[in-house]
Design a protein around this ligand. Structure first.
Ligand code: GAP
Length: 432
C-alpha cells in the first residue's frame, strides 16, 4: 500500500485517535492531541511496556521523576554542551533544515545558497519563578533517563535491589526538533518509555545483547510481523556522546526503515558524571564481596507515539466482507482501544434492557463500547476500523434463549454463547 501513511493518518483523524493540537487555531507546529480512541491505544501501549518491564520481572522497579530538574543535571549529562543538531538556513527562502537530513540544496526551493552548519541545542529553555534572569533558567527534560540516574542512590537504598537490576520510567520529554514530521513519528513533545539497567562493569556486553533480543521480542509478542522489524547496530561515528555501543530496533515504515527504539550501552558515563558534578558517591557496595564499583548501564529507550504509529501501520488492513470493502485494524487484543462492543440488533425498547445488562456485566472487566445507532453492518464496520476484537450482538432470540452472538474481528466467525458463559468466553480470549 504505497499511500499507507496517508490512510492511517486519515483513519486516525476520522475515528478520533489523533487530532492536530489547537486545531481550531490552525494547529500548532507538529503537536498532536490523542482523542478518545487514541488515549486508550496510548495507555495500552504504555501498560504493555510496564507489564513486560516491571510487573512481570523481579529485577526492575518503577519511578516517576519530575520533568523540571536542576539545570546542573544537564551540564553533568552533557546535554547542554552536546545535545545539538547541525542547523543550516536557506538564504533564498529562509527555511531552516537539519544539515544531516538534506543534500547540498534546499528541499523547499532548490537553492544551493545555504549557510554553514552550526550546532543548535534541542533543549527547550524556560524560567522558574517570577524573575526571568539567568539564575532562573531551567530546561524541559529531553529524555526521562536523567531522572533515573539522579535517583540511583535513593532507589538502591529504598528497594534493596542489587546489580543487575533496572529502574523503569515513562513520561513526557521535549526536544526542539528542527524538522519534526511524519505525523507522530517525530514531534517536539513526546512520551518515552525508558529503562536503565545497572550491571557489574564486566557484564555490560552480555546484558546489551540480552536487551536487544528482549526488546525485539516485545514488539513481535504484540503482533508486529517479524519481517517489518530489524536490529541495526550504530557505526562508531553515529554513537551518542555517552554510548559505547547502540543498536536501534527499526521498523519498516512506508518511507523506509526507521528507528523505533534505541538500546544503548551507556557504560558508567552518567553515574560518574553525576557523582562528579553533585559531589555524591554514586556507587554500589557489594557487602558479600566487599567490592565497590560504579555500575554500567544498558538502556532500552522507546517512544510511545512512535510505537503507536508503527502498531497502527502494521495493523491497518483492507479486505472484502460479503462483497463490501472494509477497513480493519488488526491490533493485538492487548492494544485494541475497545475490547468488546455490545450491539443490540435494533433500538427497540424490548432489546435495550437486556443489552444494557450485558454491557454492565462486561464493562467492569474490559473497555467496552455500547452502540445502538445505524444498521448492524455499519456498526460492525465502525468497530473493525477501531480495531475492536469482539462484537456481542443481542437479538430478539436472546430474549428467549438467553444467548448472544459473538463476532470475531479477524476470522469473522460468529459463535452463539449463553449470557451465563459470555464473560468466561471473552476472558479466555482477551486475557492472554
Ligand atoms: N535516553 C536515550 C534517548 O532518549 P533517543 O534515541 O534519543 O534516546 C529514544 O530516544 C526513543 O524516544 C526513540 O527511539 C524514539 O522512539 C523516541 N523519540 C526520540 N525523539 C523523539 C521525537 N522527537 N518524537 C517522537 N519520539 C521520539
Amino acid at each position: 500500500m504505497p499511500d499507507l501513511t496517508e490512510k492511517v493518518v486519515n483513519l486516525a483523524k476520522r475515528r478520533g485517535f489523533v487530532f492536530p493540537s489547537s486545531e481550531i487555531y490552525g494547529g500548532f507546529r507538529s503537536t498532536y492531541d490523542y482523542g478518545p480512541l487514541g488515549v486508550l491505544l496510548k495507555r495500552n501501549v504504555m501498560d504493555a511496556w510496564w507489564r513486560a518491564m516491571v510487573q512481570e520481572r523481579d529485577d526492575i522497579v518503577g519511578l516517576d521523576a519530575a520533568i523540571l530538574m536542576a539545570p546542573r543535571v544537564w551540564e553533568a549529562s552533557g546535554h547542554l554542551a552536546t545535545f545539538t543538531d547541525p542547523l543550516v538556513d536557506c538564504r533564498n527562502c529562509k527555511e531552516r533544515w537539519r544539515a544531516d537530513q538534506i543534500g547540498d540544496a534546499c528541499p523547499k526551493c532548490g537553492s544551493h545558497d545555504l549557510t554553514e552548519a552550526r550546532p543548535f541545542n534541542l533543549m527547550f529553555k524556560t524560567h522558574v519563578g517570577p524573575v526571568e534572569d539567568d539564575a532562573a533558567v531551567a530546561y524541559l527534560r529531553p529524555e526521562t533517563a536523567q531522572g533515573i540516574f539522579v535517583n540511583f542512590a535513593n532507589v538502591v537504598q529504598t528497594s534493596r535491589k542489587k546489580p543487575p537490576f533496572g529502574i523503569a520510567q515513562q513520561g513526557k520529554s521535549f526536544r526542539n526538533e528542527i524538522t519534526p514530521g511524519n505525523f507522530i513519528f517525530r514531534t517536539r513533545e513526546f512520551e518515552q518509555m525508558e529503562m536503565e539497567f545497572f550491571v557489574p562493569p564486566d557484564q555490560g556486553q552480555q546484558w546489551f545483547e540480552y536487551w536487544c533480543e528482549e526488546r525485539l521480542r516485545w514488539y513481535t509478542d504484540l503482533g508486529m510481523p517479524a519481517e517489518s522489524l530489524r536490529l541495526r547496530h550504530h557505526d562508531t561515528e553515529e554513537l551518542s556522546h555517552y554510548s559505547a555501543g547502540t543498536a536501534d530496533v527499526e521498523f519498516l515504515y512506508p518511507w523506509g526503515w526507521g528507528e523505533l527504539e534505541g538500546i544503548a550501552n551507556r557504560t558508567d558515563y552518567d553515574l560518574t558524571q553525576h557523582a562528579k558534578f553533585s559531589g555524591e558517591r554514586l556507587e554500589y557496595f557489594d557487602q558479600a564481596s566487599g567490592e565497590r564499583y560504579v555500575p554500567h548501564v544498558i538502556e532500552p529507550a522507546a517512544g510511545v507515539g512512535r510505537s503507536m504509529m508503527a502498531f497502527l501501520l502494521a495493523a491497518y488492513d483492507e479486505d472484502e466482507v460479503a462483497g463490501e470493502a472494509r477497513t480493519v485494524l488488526r491490533l493485538h487484543h492487548r492494544l485494541a482501544p475497545t475490547k468488546v462492543a455490545v450491539l443490540p440488533l435494533s433500538r427497540k425498547d424490548t432489546l435495550t434492557p437486556t443489552a444494557r445488562e450485558v454491557y454492565d456485566l462486561l464493562k467492569v472487566h474490559f473497555m467496552c463500547d455500547y452502540d445502538e445507532t445505524q444498521s448492524i453492518g455499519r456498526r460492525y464496520r465502525r468497530q473493525d476500523e477501531a480495531g475492536t476484537p469482539y462484537c456481542v450482538t443481542i437479538d430478539f432470540e436472546t430474549l428467549d434463549d438467553k444467548a448472544v452472538t459473538i463476532r470475531d474481528r479477524d476470522t469473522l466467525a460468529q459463535d452463539r454463547v449463553s449470557v451465563d458463559r459470555l464473560l468466561e468466553y471473552l476472558q479466555e480470549r482477551l486475557s492472554a
